[in-house]
Design a protein around this ligand. Structure first.
Ligand SMILES: NC(=O)c1ccc[n+]([C@@H]2O[C@H](COP(=O)([O-])OP(=O)(O)OC[C@H]3O[C@@H](n4cnc5c(N)ncnc54)[C@H](OP(=O)(O)O)[C@@H]3O)[C@@H](O)[C@H]2O)c1
Length: 328
């Protein structure tokens, strides 16, 4: 049976929308249908560059187009709730960038809108669908390394000193935690689940955004996670899960390649290189969305809304402990 072709629309033509759109072209059942921006000129330029058939100079106009099946929301996290609910209320399926929203209350409202409208909603947590991450979870689940007990994970890059940029602007949900610290938190939740206790140390920029943050998770059965993110330094973006009989290390080398090592306490080591032959890997989440839509699902089994709720609830707990407060 020929798979259904879905008409995709982009809401917000910024940096990540460019990478996503470029990867979307790799999927034969994805039709690059519409690009929507707050500026008509920008929408026309974006649509022309990536081959979208239509350009809209407002998000409202785009969601009113009955031909749009699914929208990729790529605005700053401060606007995810508003833009996601706008799409859901117009009956459009939504893949919304991480962080899903600023806090659990906003995420609950998004989930409520998806359920009220009976429409598909998923957080665009692209690493969940990457082969390296799937291999890590497969090795952990196999039990070959015994129980996983400790975890260390980081994500850092030098984000510069422009305090008006999205990275530091609190009105746009700035701060390293929601932008990149969310990845180490994601790994800890996937591997160990909800932590019993959270302790943090944060270095805040003058805007109140966290420039750097270190987080410690404690679990009731003795598991622990040490996580960090920063816009002030460069790290090698690595995660390690230490188990009773060995460890797994996953290291993102660049946008298209990830290295994974499985080390056993008998000295045996296996190395895997996961290299994207085409694109950056964003098409895998889009492909998954279309598989879910083919099945008539309103949420993903692999990345359910209950996981997004746990993730944002954990980020809320971290922000509370670290004293990171958004304007609203
Ligand atoms: N998955 C990943 O690997 C990844 C990587 C980077 C970022 N992200 C996420 O993607 C989202 C966007 O990040 P980005 O780096 O693409 O940001 P960006 O380059 O600043 O783009 C955001 C876009 O949102 C639109 N927008 C709507 N209201 C806005 C407002 N009040 N201020 C600024 N922009 C507004 C703008 O598009 P128009 O002008 O066209 O309307 C803008 O170009 C964030 O939530 C971020 O966490 C994910």
């Amino acid at each position: 049976m020929t798979p259904k072709t879905y008409n995709w629309a982009i809401l917000g033509c910024g940096k990540i929308a460019r990478k996503f759109s470029s990867d979307l072209k790799l999927l034969p059942n994805a039709r690059l249908y519409a690009a929507a921006s707050r500026s008509m000129d920008k929408a026309i330029a974006f649509a022309g560059e990536f081959g979208f058939e239509k350009a809209y100079g407002s998000y409202n106009e785009m969601v009113s187009d009955p031909q749009v099946d699914v929208v990729y929301v790529a605005t700053p996290h401060s606007h995810h709730m508003e833009h996601t609910i706008l799409c859901l209320d117009h009956g459009k399926a939504v893949l919304c960038e991480k962080a899903f929203a600023l806090n659990a209350d906003q995420v609950n409202r998004m989930i409520e809108a998806a359920r009220r409208n009976g429409v598909f909603l998923m957080e665009a947590f692209w690493t969940r669908f990457q082969p390296a991450f799937l291999k890590l979870m497969e090795v952990l689940a196999s039990g070959q390394l015994g129980r996983p007990k400790m975890l260390r994970s980081d994500f850092a890059f030098n984000g510069g000193n422009d305090l008006s940029s999205r990275l530091f602007n609190m009105a746009l949900g700035g701060g390293s935690l929601l932008d990149i610290g969310i990845y180490p938190v994601f790994i800890a939740l996937q591997a160990f689940g909800r932590p019993e206790e959270i302790k943090t140390f944060a270095d805040l920029a003058p805007t109140g955004a966290d420039r750097s943050i270190t987080m410690l998770f404690r679990y009731s059965d003795g598991q622990m996670a040490s996580l960090a993110s920063s816009f002030a330094v460069c790290s090698d973006t690595q995660s390690e899960v230490w188990c009773e009989k060995g460890f797994i290390r996953i290291r993102r080398k660049d946008i298209s390649s990830t290295h994974l090592t499985v080390w056993r306490d008998n000295g045996q080591e296996e190395d895997y290189d996961f290299i994207n032959q085409e694109g950056s890997g964003y098409h895998l989440e889009a492909q998954h969305v279309m598989q879910c839509l083919d099945e008539g699902l309103t949420e993903s089994r692999e990345l359910p809304l209950s996981f997004s709720s746990l993730l944002i609830e954990t980020l809320d707990r971290i922000r509370k402990d670290a004293g990171i407060v958004y304007p609203d």
